[in-house]
Design a binder for this molecule. Structure first.
Ligand code: FMN
Length: 365
C-alpha cells in the first residue's frame, strides 16, 4: 500500500479530496535546483478548472513548501509541498457512500479499504490530488530544463475533434508552454470547447487523447528490461485518474505498416545520429535514441455525469438509480494535460538520476 513512485528521485503523494490538505514529498532531490513559486503557481493555474468547461469547485491551490527549499534552491533534503483544501462541500457526496458512481473508484475503494475509505468527493482517488503532482512536477520540469530537456502536451483529440499533430516538436513544445487550453490549431480549440459545453449542457461528459513530446533527451537513458523508458512512463501516466490508454510513437495506428515503412532510418545530421521518421517515439529497446519521445494518452469521459445512472445500493443490497450531485468537470483532458507533463518530468528526472546520479542536477553537476 505504498504511495511512492520512482527509484533515485521519488515522489510520494498524500491526501483526500475533502480532507485538510493534499500534498507531495520529493526525495532524492539534488541540492541547488532552483524553485520558483511563481512557476509552480502558473503550472497549477493550467490544471485549475476555468469557465463553463470546468467544475464549479474553485480551489485557490495556495501551496506551502514546508521543507527542503532554502533561499530559492533545493537543499537536498526531502521537499514537502502542502496544498490545503478550502472549497470542499462534503454533503453533496453522502449518496455515493452506498451508491457507487459507475466509472469512478467508489466501489473499488470500498472493496479495497473495507468501508474505512474517505468517500467524500472521491477521497484519495479524486483528480484533486493531481494538483500535488503538478506542484512536484514543476520542480522536475525546472530540473530538466536546466539540461535543455522540454516537455509539452496538447489535446490531440477531444469528442472527435482533431488538433493538428506535432510538426516540429521543439517549436510546438515552446508554443504550448503556459497555454491555458493546449492546442496547436486555434480553430480546433473552438470546436473542442463547444463540444465540451454541449456535453455539459446535456448533463454528459466527453474524453479524448493527449499527445506529448519530450525534446532534448540524450540518447542512452533507460533501464532494460523492467525500468524501460516506455515502461516507467506508462506506469507514471496510468497513475493519473481517468487515463485508460498510453501508446508511444506511431502506436496502434501503425500496427499494419510493413517494417520497411515503420523502421526509422538512421542518418548523420551535423555529426549527431538522427532518424528520418520517428515511428518508434524516440525509444528503442527501452532506451532513448536521442529523437523526441512521442507519447499519446487516452483520457476517458468524466465518470460523474448528471444523468440518472444504473448502480447498486450496497447498504440495501438492491439495484438502484443514482442521480449525481456535487461539482464535476464535463471533460478532464484539458486539465490533465499539465498532469501528464508533470508525471513525464518526474519519470525522466528519475531515469536521468539513475543513469548519471542524483547530483548530476543542481549545484553538484
Ligand atoms: C484533473 C482531473 C480532474 C478530474 N475531475 C473529475 C470530476 O470532476 N469528476 C469525476 O467523476 N472524475 C474526475 N476525474 C477522474 C476520476 O478521478 C477518475 O475517473 C476516478 O478516480 C476513477 O479512476 P479511473 O478512471 O482511472 O479508473 C478527474 C481526473 C483528473 C486527472
Amino acid at each position: 500500500m505504498k504511495n511512492t513512485f520512482g527509484s533515485a528521485v521519488t515522489v510520494t503523494l498524500f491526501g483526500e479530496s475533502h480532507g485538510g490538505a493534499i500534498g507531495a514529498v520529493l526525495d532524492g532531490v539534488a541540492p541547488g535546483i532552483a524553485v520558483d513559486p511563481a512557476f509552480i503557481a502558473a503550472q497549477l493555474t493550467l490544471r485549475r478548472p476555468a469557465g463553463k468547461i470546468g467544475t464549479a469547485r474553485h480551489e485557490t491551490d495556495h501551496f506551502e513548501i514546508v521543507s527542503g527549499v532554502f533561499e530559492g534552491k533545493t537543499t537536498g533534503t526531502p521537499v514537502c509541498i502542502l496544498i490545503p483544501n478550502t472549497d470542499a462541500k462534503s454533503k453533496d457526496y453522502a449518496k455515493t457512500k452506498d451508491l457507487p458512481r459507475p466509472g469512478h473508484a467508489d466501489y473499488t475503494a470500498r472493496c479495497k479499504y473495507h468501508g474505512f475509505e474517505d468517500y467524500r468527493g472521491g477521497g484519495h482517488f479524486s483528480g484533486r490530488l493531481t494538483a500535488a503532482l503538478v506542484a512536484a512536477g514543476s520542480i522536475a520540469l525546472t530540473a530538466l530544463a536546466s539540461k535543455g530537456i522540454r516537455i509539452g502536451t496538447h489535446i490531440a483529440r477531444c469528442a472527435g475533434v482533431e488538433d493538428r499533430p506535432f510538426g516540429d516538436p521543439a517549436a510546438d513544445v515552446r508554443t504550448l508552454a503556459g497555454m491555458p487550453f493546449a492546442v496547436l490549431d486555434n480553430a480546433a480549440a473552438d470546436a473542442m470547447r463547444s463540444a465540451i459545453e454541449s456535453a455539459a449542457a446535456a448533463g454528459d461528459s466527453v474524453g479524448g487523447v493527449l499527445e506529448t513530446a519530450v525534446t532534448g533527451m540524450p540518447a542512452g537513458v533507460g533501464e532494460p528490461w523492467f525500468d524501460t523508458v516506455e515502461g516507467l512512463l506508462a506506469h507514471a501516466i496510468f497513475s493519473i485518474p481517468a487515463v485508460k490508454g498510453v501508446q508511444f510513437g506511431g502506436g496502434f495506428d501503425m500496427a499494419d505498416m510493413p517494417g520497411s515503412t515503420f523502421n526509422d532510418a538512421f542518418r548523420f545530421d551535423g555529426g549527431k545520429v538522427v532518424t528520418a521518421t520517428n515511428h518508434n517515439g524516440g525509444v528503442n529497446g527501452g532506451i532513448t535514441n536521442g529523437m523526441p519521445i512521442l507519447m499519446r494518452t487516452m483520457v476517458k469521459p468524466t465518470p460523474s455525469i448528471y444523468r440518472p445512472q444504473q448502480t447498486v445500493d450496497l447498504a440495501a443490497g438492491t439495484d438502484a438509480v443514482l442521480t449525481i450531485e456535487g461539482r464535476h468537470d464535463p471533460a478532464i483532458l484539458h486539465r490533465a494535460r499539465v498532469v501528464v507533463d508533470s508525471m513525464t518530468a518526474l519519470t525522466l528526472w528519475d531515469l536521468l538520476a539513475v543513469r548519471y546520479g542524483t547530483d548530476s542536477f543542481g549545484g553538484g553537476k
